[in-house]
Write a protein that binds this ligand. Structure first.
Ligand code: ZN
Length: 541
């Protein structure tokens, strides 16, 4: 009886449109806000009045997950439009170590082509080479060669990982302007935005006004020798491109470029074709690293981001394009330990410098009488590699001694060997219930991952010395770094809130379903999420 009534109610009460397949959107706008954690979203959600307020009227997943262990920018961006976790995208970290490459620098940057002569992981040639799976844009172009795929971002790795191997335009911020691959088609839109940015950058920028909602967070927090964070206003001298980058100005310029490219390339304006633009808004991450997540700086940024997104969506509305927006983040974030301590979490701490690669290597060399550093790593946490020159006997000795060192250290949560991770099945089920080992498996690539994965305890910031400018970070397997909002919005859609945990790898299959693009079973790690509450199931389930 109940069933019959429910079915009747559905048939009679729902608007007719909800029972039929919605028209395919002409333009997908996929936005990644770098370091926009679930915590930031929750903290500011009630204060948004611009673009983010609009998006929270759509399908809202406040507990999205970048489900893997290595919650860094490159892996995070690699999941958003591929539907695949880093174990499948191959993008296990921002940097990994490959001792087989002929150049002296054995560190490989995720979005470089290390075979270019004279390159290094810091002076690299940008390339999508390492991404092992197609993006949604590539799939759209394969299905319809007239379909256009564009990416713009404040970071090269954000643009590259969301665009993939084949796109019509990929532009990212470098030093003081937007740039692209050497062979890229020159675009009037980019030229115009770069000229506008150059004149803006040349002028000094006055301090931002402090929004009323930020007053309570406007406190100085001492960090390192003689430095405070927490009361910044983004005042900038003329010509200071680094200050421009770590301020709301970068996102404004990126959104201006996105608009200009949408106009110039007529994205979403051609009948019968769907286009996609991926937009990486990087300022939130630069601000989080420079000032932490809970001071005046981040508060001003959240208000500015909301405003800039609102203006961007208003411009899109005026174009008359039927577009769908998906907004998420590449990873979450965590405040600096000094302010956490002041804000009632005194167990937050900086990593013990004894866990840094130089210190671990020195300890092992002394203990085992080795002439060369036996391990390679990018930092205290993450992948560690046994040096290629070690004899089999020394490898065993180093492994045993290193594991003992790590496991005895009070700041280390877990160390997994590559064999342990490789023997673990790819995780299934809701990402909020995974073990650390399952998270590690989602980040594991047999050819690129290390011999050991070191995971620090919660609230340990892996920056021993904050004096060098970066005071806070992300990258851990803990939920403050894994949780991100996932928001879908389209004009006229009936919104809903779904508080259960979902994954960023669900975004690509969901968008594919919206535009009627078939995805073969097993090709993605994520699953389509039906964005229509009741009525027609866009996922065809
Ligand atoms: Zn990031």
């Amino acid at each position: 009886m109940f069933r019959t009534l429910t079915a009747l109610a559905l048939l009679t009460c729902l608007p007719a449109t909800a029972m039929t397949q919605p028209a395919r959107p002409a333009l997908i706008v996929a936005i990644s806000v770098d370091q926009f954690s679930g915590d930031l979203f929750n903290q500011y959600r009630g204060h948004f009045t611009g673009g983010l307020a609009r998006l929270t009227q759509g399908a809202v997943f406040p507990r999205g997950y970048q489900s893997h262990a290595a919650t860094e920018t490159c892996p995070g961006h690699s999941t958003i439009l591929t539907g695949a976790r880093p174990a499948r995208t191959g993008i296990i970290a921002n940097n990994w170590i490959d001792q087989s490459i002929p150049r002296p620098d054995k560190t490989v940057y995720c979005a470089e082509d290390e075979s270019v002569p004279g390159s290094s992981s810091s002076a690299y040639t940008v390339s999508p080479l390492h991404l092992k799976v197609p993006t949604l844009g590539e799939r759209m172009k394969a299905a319809d060669p007239a379909s256009r795929s564009v990416a713009v971002a404040g970071k090269d790795r954000a643009a590259v990982m969301m665009a993939g191997q084949k796109a019509d335009a990929v532009w990212w911020w470098k030093d003081d302007r937007f740039t692209s691959y050497a062979a890229a088609t020159p675009r009037a839109a980019v030229h115009g935005i770069n000229a506008a940015v150059a004149s803006r950058l040349a002028r000094a920028r006055p301090a931002s006004a402090l929004p009323a909602i930020c007053a309570a967070q406007d406190h100085p927090v001492p960090v390192g020798a003689g430095r405070n964070v927490g009361t910044g206003r983004f005042a900038r001298e003329g010509g200071n491109a680094k200050a421009f980058r770590a301020s709301p100005e970068l996102d404004g310029a990126t959104l201006d470029l996105a608009t200009a490219l949408i106009d110039e390339m007529r994205l979403g304006q051609r009948t019968g074709h769907s286009d996609i633009i991926a937009i990486g808004l990087s300022a939130t991450d630069y601000i989080g690293h420079s000032y932490g997540t809970a001071g005046s700086e981040m508060c001003i940024q959240m208000a500015a981001l909301d405003r800039a997104l609102g203006a961007f969506l208003d411009r899109l509305d005026r174009s008359g394009t039927d577009y769908v927006v998906a907004l998420t983040a590449d990873h979450g974030g965590h405040d600096l330990p000094e302010r956490n301590a002041a804000n009632a979490v005194p167990d937050a701490a900086r990593v013990d410098a004894a866990l840094n690669p130089a210190a671990i290597n020195a300890a092992l060399q002394q203990r085992l009488g080795l002439g060369q550093p036996p391990l390679l790593a990018d930092g205290a946490a993450g992948d560690w590699y046994l040096a290629a020159g070690l004899s089999p006997a020394d490898r065993q000795k180093v492994a045993a001694a290193a594991l003992a060192l790590w496991r005895a250290h009070p700041q280390v949560a877990a160390v997994f060997t590559r064999a342990e991770i490789a023997a673990t099945p790819a995780p299934t089920g809701a990402p909020d219930s995974w073990t650390l080992l399952q998270e590690a498996r989602a980040s594991f690539d047999p050819a690129r991952s290390g011999d050991f994965l070191v995971l620090l305890k919660p609230r340990i910031t892996p920056i021993a010395d904050p004096d060098r400018g970066t005071v806070a970070t992300h990258g851990s397997p803990w939920d403050y770094d894994r949780r991100v909002p996932i928001l879908f919005w389209r004009k006229g859609m009936a919104g809903f809130e779904q508080p259960n945990a979902v994954e960023t790898v669900d975004i690509a299959p969901t968008l594919a379903a919206l535009i009627g693009l078939p995805i073969a079973t097993g090709e993605m790690d994520g699953r389509c999420r039906d964005l229509q509450p009741g009525g027609f199931d866009i996922c065809g389930q």
